[in-house]
Ligand binder design. Structure first.
Ligand code: GAR
Length: 194
């Protein structure tokens, strides 16, 4: 029998990556999006999940640290995808999902990574540091922010006239184009084809 992979997406905000992932796996033969988890009851990602009929879970910090592994097992989740999720993943969850949690970072790690490096703040820093290039990094999650094994990076150019918003747009397009594909290759053990 073919194996089924059941994903939970963790997101704190807008959820445009979450939506790109949901759309990509809609008709997938073996990978399904089963749950959206958020720390933020106002997050737009929750509206997006509703649109696709995907269950959502909003947890406060205490619940997240003590109950998340149990909740995920209720949904028989096999892999976790972080898509703009702000909180550090607790050790108990890393232990329950060893090498089964992946993240996207909107810069070329190890540059512009670490605690507090999130979303527009990164693009503003890329612009003010006169970087000539930026891009995306997709990596396995470990106990530190943005330090797990890098699975994939994709660059794009930055020119001096770029505004942070223009940089963000360019990086977002890379995210939507690549994150779903890399998730699929990672789960199906086909990383060599990236
Ligand atoms: C994305 O650009 C993602 O790479 C970034 O937050 C954005 C979320 O946008 N993640 C981080 O900065 C993690 N440190 P979205 O909610 O529209 O997908």
């Amino acid at each position: 029998m073919d194996q089924n992979y059941r994903l939970a997406i963790f997101a704190s905000g807008k959820g445009s990556n979450a939506e790109a992932i949901i759309k990509y796996f809609k008709q997938h033969p073996s990978i399904t999006i089963e749950l959206i988890v958020s720390n933020n009851p106002q997050a737009l990602v929750l509206e997006r999940a509703k649109k696709y009929g995907i269950p959502t879970l909003v947890l406060n910090r205490r619940q997240f640290e003590s109950e998340i592994a149990v909740k995920l097992s209720d949904y028989q989740i096999t892999h976790i995808v972080l898509a703009g999720f702000l909180w550090l993943i607790p050790p108990s969850l890393l232990k329950a999902f060893p090498h089964k949690i992946i993240n996207i970072h909107p810069a070329l790690l190890p540059k512009f990574g670490g605690k507090g490096m999130y979303g527009m703040k990164i693009h503003q820093l890329v612009q003010s540091s006169n970087e000539k290039e930026t891009g995306i990094t997709i990596h396995v999650v470990d106990e530190k922010y943005d330090e797990g094994e890098i699975l994939y990076q994709h660059k794009c150019e930055v020119v001096s006239e770029d505004t942070p918003e223009e940089i963000a747009d360019r990086v977002h397009q890379l995210e939507y184009a690549w994150y779903p594909k890399i998730i699929e290759r990672w789960i199906l053990n086909r990383m060599e084809s990236s």
